[in-house]
Design a protein around this ligand. Sequence first.
Ligand code: FUB
Length: 309
Amino acid sequence: MANEKKFCKNPIITSIYTADPAPMVYGDTLYLYVTHDEDELLNDFYTMYDWHCFSTKDMVNWTNHGKIFSLDDISWAEDRAWAPQCVERNGKFYLYCPVHKKDGGMAIAVGVSESPTGPFKDLGYPLVDEGDWNDIDPTVFIDDDGQAYLYFGNPELRYVLLNEDMISYNKEVGIVKIPMTEESFAKGSHNTGTSYGEGPWFYKRNGLYYMVYAAFGLDKKDEHLAYSTSKSPTGPWVYGGVLMTEEGGVFTNHPGVCDFKGHSYLFYHTGQLPGGSLFHRSVCVAEFKYNEDGSIGVIPKCDGVEGVE
Ligand code: FUB
């Protein structure tokens, strides 16, 4: 077809400001869950009420599924609809979402649906709620033996072992705090003295576990992306290097990594839509390749990606 588009230009979504991309490959489709920065700010801060979903079969033509979950669906949440991740298990879809509770502090909600595009129904209570501000940015991975892990946290990386129902976790093991060492996350300027900041993205590839995250370098004001690897899902983590440098025009960045139709992608966000700012971000994508030993070099921010079949 003469008019068929062959290139996905960044930012992917231009109808609204979006951030915190979380891809999920299901069947022949890539679903992209994002947060939504409202045009109009309250108190000159992140103003975020809902989560949206977009999908594609070829990386170029995207279907807008609109708002698929929102603070209105979570009776105990007050504000801050922050970085989510969706996973499928046994034909159900679980959308893990950090929110600010009505009685204070951040906690992780779970929306459950029969379809990747919702509607999602909240549990009615938080899954993870330590009563502090660390409980943000959940990332979930189901290992080959069926054990699911939910990592999260800013400024500390923590995890729980999810039960098979995906809506509860092993209370005997409890909430495990990963040692925040320079060997694991490099020296940096965040609260722990390491570069680990927030936005972890956990997955396994060729037997190696990856933790990609937003990081704070020494003497840098904006976040970059970095990664660590481990031979086991619970660490010890070994710092791997910088994945994407700082300059995106905004303070935050947030990774989402997946393989789709034989290609590897890093989703991230910048402030490059017109009117872009710290609180008006836009989701982008870059293609990259792993080195033979599983390491990853620096991935440049780019204009977009080619279509796939
Ligand atoms: O978008 C709100 C917060 O900013 C996210 O939870 C963080 O990862 C950062 O992107």
